[in-house]
Design a protein around this ligand. Sequence first.
Ligand code: ADP
Length: 357
Amino acid sequence: MRAPVRFSSVALAAVAVFAFTALYVSDRELARSPAMTTLRYGLWAMGAATLIALTLALVHERRLTRRVAERSTELERLSAELLRANRAKSEFLANVSHELRTPLNAIVGFVDLLRDGVYGELQPRQVGPVQRIEASALHLRHLVDQVLDLAKMTAGRMEVHTERLDLRPFVLEVATEVEPLANERGLALSMAIPASLPRLRTDPSHLRQVLVNLLGNAVKYTTEGGIVVRGRIMSGEDAVAPSLPPDGIWVALSVIDTGIGIAVDDRERIFDEFEQVNAGPRGDSVRRGTGLGLSISRRLARLLGGEITVESEVGRGSTFTVWLPVDPVDAKAALLRASGQVAAISEVATASSRRDP
Ligand code: ADP
């Protein structure tokens, strides 16, 4: 599409006035010689034709401007309508999810009581079905919670309550929660979090949700080998997330697995809502997942001022990294603490080498 030529009305009027003055002056000069009459008529005809052409161009330009203005107003209206519809959808989802949670909690609670024998010992034939009801109800509640979280985040209503967090004990506690799952599948779960990592100012419940999801996925998509949770301090320049500002300091918490891996083409789309690449077997609703975990985790990480990235190799495993911002003051304190530890270690080493010549 060619862009329309735009004329300014003022410039056009100025050109017309200038051209007609020049025409008038030349006409007076030419009027002295009768032989120039045809030329004079010709000049006036050209002048009139140019004026008509310029006027038509001006009218065309005006019409275009009006049409663009009308389209902009229409676009603004549509975008406002879209926003309203999106908000209504999020509110509807939030309300429905909230209403679903109450009866679901009752189901989970009563099944718990049934399984614990509060209403009498279960017959051996009943144990299996009760366990399946419990697993399905828990799965459904997890799904409802995820939809609720997503709706809240879309509506910008997810709250963040930050506090200072010591990462090592925190990650250990989260990993302990997931350990039984890993053990069940014969996977080794280990941690490499240096004590010298700086403290973070972050929302522990959101970070816990992200880590539980990443660890849960690592267990789900790994059949043999193990899972490592590694923590490092990184400068923005070393960060592999292009969206992170290069002048920041970050703690990079990685969940590394030796699982099935993710193909290059799928590495971005797995972060979209309801996207699944290797969903579990159809009948196994618990292992099938929802395709919402990574989408929520990435949004939560961004809400905490960070990001989630993934590196992977099909058949060899994946590394999901949560990047969390570190306050420069805390980073400096951690650095001092670390250098103090190094100094203390070297003092001990020197003292012992003095004792054993
Ligand atoms: P789901 O509930 O399906 O696990 P997620 O949003 O957590 O939903 O993950 C989306 C998809 O990303 C999964 O279906 C899976 O294909 C892929 N995925 C996530 N984590 C891993 C992993 N550690 N290894 C391999 N694939 C993974």
